[in-house]
Design a protein around this ligand. Structure first.
Ligand code: GTR
Length: 389
């Protein structure tokens, strides 16, 4: 068993508001063979790649390709007078050709018309019904308050996750698995699951956003709720072009620490959603302590970029405290890189966001959802840290 850094346990004991047993977490600044990570260069060149590999091998699985050859896009609709002249709408078909067909991500993008520079903004990975991201704006869902983003100077981009991979288990035939996996080979135990596929899709949208001269390439956040929040975190860990990563109520195998064993657990999530993770993740069913990583290290992979974790007070299944503690324990990596994380101290009460460091956090009153309140705080946090724009 790998040695642990004991001081972390003391920190956990201090931070654990319920007084539960302290957790023995793997330390993000200790290599698998037990050496301390003491410099930004060592983090970048050694520990960060090692952690990414561990998450690929044991949790999310490995995407077989980056940008597919032959990927192309077309703007299928452009309206410079959308949102009562407030925004320019682009609907874009991003085509991903693979073996025997192609996947098409249908991106909706509103860019504010009132701006004197390329707009920063947010890409939502939508895991709710597609009407939540209605490009016509007949439906205005609080799940994606695009008008509010535009009013505050942010572009609002969204795609539906099923465009990349339908969210049901069919033995990895449909979606991008069917297009890009090697057909005649037994599926490896570290092959990508659906969450890795959705994250990969968000990166393909990023490829497209990088070609736009009306969006600020250096200030693009990726946002997801619940399974979408797990996806946003993994996407931001893999793809450093995202300058901000927002996990809303992402819970188990998102922001929540697995070793807390609170709410949804690894065995349960693998049973309910056998297509989300790689095959190897089943090794940790009722066996979380054997994981070579924990979820604070996923947040740490975002460092020193902006990370945001949002919880909801009645969302016990997602373990709000476990989400907060993961944010706290990503802190050593932020500090090594010269930034502040979410800070120590007790979990903040509802509606008292913590925005000072480069890891933001809030607890919202209420249940499992992505709301206007949440979006407002994501934008407050971005305003604060991107204010020199
Ligand atoms: C829950 C599931 C969570 C979360 C959520 C969602 O039922 O247990 O892991 O992902 O669904 O995506 O809405």
């Amino acid at each position: 068993m790998k040695p642990r850094i004991r001081s972390l346990m003391l920190l956990m004991a201090a931070a654990n508001a319920t007084g539960a047993e302290p957790l023995d977490l793997p330390h993000p600044l200790q290599t698998t063979d037990g050496r301390p990570v003491t410099s930004a260069v060592q983090w970048r060149d050694e520990r960060r790649p090692e952690l990414l590999e561990l998450f690929r091998t044991h949790v999310y699985g490995r995407a077989p390709i980056e940008r597919p050859e032959g990927m192309r896009w077309e703007v299928t609709e452009r309206d410079p007078h959308a949102m009562a002249d407030g925004a320019t709408l682009s609907r874009v078909a991003i085509r991903l050709p693979g073996t025997g067909g192609e996947a098409v991500i249908r991106l909706t993008l509103f860019v504010p018309n009132r701006r004197d520079a390329p707009a920063p903004g947010f890409l939502l990975i939508c895991n709710r019904d597609p009407e939540n991201i209605d490009p016509t704006r007949q439906e205005k869902s609080p799940f994606w308050p695009a008008e509010h983003l535009v009013e505050r100077g942010y572009f609002a981009a969204a795609f539906h996750y099923a465009d990349v991979d339908p969210d049901h288990h069919d033995g990895f035939q449909n979606g991008v698995h069917g297009l890009f996996d090697e057909p005649d080979r037994p599926r490896p135990a570290d092959a990508w699951g659906s969450i890795a596929a959705w994250a990969w899709g968000a990166s393909r949208v990023m490829d497209y956003l990088q070609t736009r001269d009306d969006v600020d390439h250096d200030r693009i956040g990726v946002v997801g709720h619940s399974r979408g929040g797990k996806t946003a975190l993994w996407c931001g860990a893999e793809d450093q072009r995202f300058a901000m990563v927002v996990s809303n109520n992402s819970g188990c195998t998102g922001a929540a620490l697995a070793r807390r064993k609170h709410g949804e657990r690894v065995a349960r999530i693998n049973k309910s959603f056998p297509h989300w993770f790689c095959e190897n993740y089943n090794r940790y069913n009722d066996n979380e302590d054997a994981l070579p990583v924990d979820q604070h290290e996923l947040i740490a992979l975002v460092a020193p970029r902006l990370a945001y974790v949002a919880s909801a007070s009645e969302d016990d299944w997602a373990d709000p405290e476990g989400e907060f503690l993961a944010a706290v324990h990503a802190g050593p990596v932020y500090r090594l890189l010269g930034a502040e994380g979410v800070g120590a101290g007790p979990m903040p009460p509802p509606e008292r966001p913590r925005h000072a460091g480069r890891v933001g956090y809030h607890l919202r009153s209420g249940g499992h959802d992505l709301t206007e309140y949440d979006w407002g705080r994501f934008m407050d946090f971005a305003d604060r840290h991107w204010r020199d724009r």
